[in-house]
Design a protein around this ligand. Sequence first.
Ligand SMILES: CC(C)(COP(=O)(O)OP(=O)(O)OC[C@H]1O[C@@H](n2cnc3c(N)ncnc32)[C@H](O)[C@@H]1OP(=O)(O)O)[C@@H](O)C(=O)NCCC(=O)NCCS
Length: 146
Amino acid sequence: MNIEIKEVDVAVVLSIRQEVLRNGKPIRMCKMQGDELPSSIHLGLFYENKLAGITSLMVEAHPEFPDLSQLRLRGMAVLPEFQKKKLGKLLMEEAISVSQKKHADILWFNAREAAVGFYEKFGFSVRGNLFNIKDVGDHFLMYKEL
Ligand SMILES: CC(C)(COP(=O)(O)OP(=O)(O)OC[C@H]1O[C@@H](n2cnc3c(N)ncnc32)[C@H](O)[C@@H]1OP(=O)(O)O)[C@@H](O)C(=O)NCCC(=O)NCCS
């Protein structure tokens, strides 16, 4: 079994964002603010050389965490046929490791309600109340001190 996680161009992550996170909506709706910034990092997990999972890390501060060096995790997704095989776990561990190497104090993101239990396994905590993101659904702010 050959699994590789590597940095990829933003164009590579769009297809899985579209399928898993945006219900097949047009590619323009799969782009995220900050995607193209040189400081943004896009990770692809390849299973037997096929792209199976993605996530992105962006330099973005959340007002809940003033005075801390922060990274935001975005667009975490594993293709349905590859889910529940611990690939999301490998991707998350790599995202945490990359964030630590970048000397971030905090890694934060808006987690879909259904994925909160997944993130809790890596030591992330919920901050505040459930809120809705239009066209995407209900989310919690989650964070972890690195
Ligand atoms: C959430 C997601 C990334 C998890 O990836 P995955 O490869 O299926 O997860 P893994 O197989 O690595 O699971 C690791 C652990 O988390 C658990 N887990 C996985 N998804 C979970 C969920 N939604 N809720 C609670 N626990 C979950 C697994 O049971 C496993 O637990 P264990 O180590 O105790 O056995 C994937 O299911 C996905 O892409 N979902 C749809 C998109 C999405 O919701 N993305 C998150 C946006 S915020």
